[in-house]
Design a protein around this ligand. Structure first.
Ligand code: FAD
Length: 500
């Protein structure tokens, strides 16, 4: 008899788990609380504008990347065009002096040396590490949980050329590295441009990102995040999968230490042989399973590990053509701007002039993201909804006033404004404390492995960003592929994939 799998959540991990489950002969069914696929990989329409809320870069967008075949299996990259930027991001001070993160590492190194010749040794060392990683191919084909000693040895041997870079940079944080630059502008700009105020962000992870940019293997998918997610949804449905939207799961049913199905908020029960949660980790462990399958290690994650900070996300629709304007600019401010209860030293702006599908000709979407404080926004929304709304209006006003100084006349050209807070993210995707990418990659969590199973609970798996520190769309998809490999192994089945 065909084994049945219930999957909670139609984010990228849930959809990918469904696709690989179907490819391997399981009868799967996804239950999603929202009315559309994608989870945080999403977008929304306001007036004539589409506000994209996720993909700035998709690792694996280049056919030469190890990850590309995986996206092909999921039907996500076929007929999709990618934009590879010459400049990844730039940071400007109040006088317009710019630190530009060029995608090309030689160009970036030259630019940094021009800005700060006194930092030659450090610049060469950091960029040299990134250059070294341009040849590194992330092993993606087999779930690490299934590695034999031979696989592990093969992986270690493959890592040898990169061990020097790894050992040197893996414990260095952004803040530490920035502090090593003698040139004050480079030091401030480097810290601001790479990690905002996420000072603990791992320098090695930064080097990996630079290497991907250099190789043009992390492009932006034209059309944005939602069409990308919908392509995987289409693939899943074509493989015979079934998605139930507006179906929030309340409980995971357990009998004799084994998951046997799920119960929806409306009380409907669905039985299955296996349950995979691709939804928020905290809600899964603490609510759907009533904290019954937890140990100190897992409790420790949720008590202590830092999260990607939740966002205040401001979208503006502007009746103006921004052709020729850099697409990602961080403006260093003279005086900090206060967003909610948090002062910010810079404003990071994405100018979507490279994706004409998001606005009508001559119009452009601008987005500013601010790391913010979940507790502040939650309390405000609960205790004083009027002030919560006023605060959102104030944020948009402040941003527009600032942008008007950079792009004179802009204030009068804004014909759409949209502000979401950490509470909005929590409400629409169920992610814990509004975090948009799960666990932050810090020097402590980098390369950390989390189990996809819970102690004492059979026939149950977790997948997605809450079991893959660092998160991201590729990690979500790979995590799901790995879970289905593990299930196949348990069922003594050969894991197989196909391409549409
Ligand atoms: C602004 C922003 C920018 C980003 N930029 C990038 C980028 O450039 N590149 C990149 O790779 N990644 C990026 N990410 C991160 C990436 O989008 C996520 O890490 C990834 O999409 C997570 O996928 P997931 O399936 O694990 O989780 P989610 O997307 O959170 O999916 C979980 C799903 O479960 C559903 N759900 C939750 N609770 C329940 C329940 N009780 N019942 C039923 N369904 C439930 C949710 O509605 C959701 O659909 C970005 C994210 C954001 C927000």
């Amino acid at each position: 008899m065909t084994k049945t799998i219930s999957i909670i959540g139609a984010g990228i991990a849930g959809l990918a788990a469904g696709c690989y489950g179907q490819m391997n002969g399981y009868e799967t069914q996804i239950f999603e609380l929202h009315d559309q696929p994608g989870g945080v990989c999403t977008a929304w329409k306001r007036k004539d504008y589409t506000i994209d809320a996720c993909l700035h870069w998709l690792v694996g967008s280049n056919p030469k990347s190890n990850f590309y075949p995986l996206w092909e299996e999921l039907g996500a990259v076929q007929n999709r065009q990618f934009v590879n930027f010459e400049e990844f991001r730039r940071l400007e001070d109040k006088d317009g002096k710019a630190f530009i993160i060029y995608a090309d590492l030689d160009k970036l190194e030259k630019h940094m040396l021009e800005l700060a010749p006194e930092d030659k040794v450090m610049i060469k060392s950091f960029i040299g590490g990134a250059r070294n990683l341009t040849k590194f191919k992330l092993p993606v084909d087999k779930a690490p949980e299934l590695y034999t000693p031979f696989d592990a040895a093969k992986m270690l041997i493959g890592m040898i050329p990169y061990l020097g870079t790894f050992m040197k940079w893996r414990k260095v944080s952004t803040a530490e590295l920035a502090g090593w630059f003698k040139n004050p502008f480079l030091s401030t700009a480097f810290r601001g441009a790479f990690a905002g105020d996420m000072d603990d962000f791992s320098a090695f992870a930064m080097q990996m990102s630079l290497a991907w940019q250099h190789n043009q293997e992390a492009g932006y998918p034209l059309g944005g995040s939602l069409p990308f997610a919908k392509a995987i949804e289409k693939r899943y449905l074509q493989l015979g999968g079934k998605i139930n939207y507006k179906s929030p799961v309340n409980k995971i049913s357990v009998e004799n230490g084994k998951a046997v199905g799920i119960r929806l908020v409306d009380g409907t029960e669905h039985h299955s042989d296996v349950v995979i949660s691709a939804a928020d980790g905290h809600a899964t462990i603490y609510d759907m399973l009533d904290r019954k399958f937890i140990n100190d290690k897992i409790r420790g994650y949720y008590d202590k590990l830092p999260l990607f900070p939740p966002l205040v996300y401001v979208g503006l629709g502007v009746n103006r053509d921004f052709s020729g304007v850099p697409h990602e600019i961080s403006y260093l401010l003279d005086k900090p701007i206060t967003i909610g209860n948090k002062p910010h030293q810079s404003i990071g702006l994405t100018v979507y002039n490279y994706d004409k599908t998001l606005a009508k000709p001559g119009k452009t979407v601008l987005v500013a993201m601010f790391n913010s404080d979940y507790d502040y926004w939650k309390k405000l929304k609960t205790e004083n909804p009027k002030q919560y709304d006023e605060e959102k209006v104030k944020i948009a006003d402040q941003l527009i006033a600032f942008l008007d100084t950079k792009f004179p006349g802009l204030a009068k050209q804004v014909d759409m404004r949209d502000v979401s807070t950490p509470v909005t993210w929590e409400q629409y995707t169920g992610n814990w404390r509004g975090s948009y990418e799960g666990w932050l990659i810090t020097v402590k969590t980098f390369m950390m492995r989390m189990s996809k199973q819970l102690p004492g609970l059979g026939n149950f798996y977790m997948t997605g960003q809450w079991v893959e520190p660092g998160g991201g769309v590729p990690a979500a998809a790979m995590s799901a592929r790995n879970v289905i490999q593990i299930i196949c192994k348990q069922d003594k089945k050969k894991f197989s994939t196909s391409k549409p």
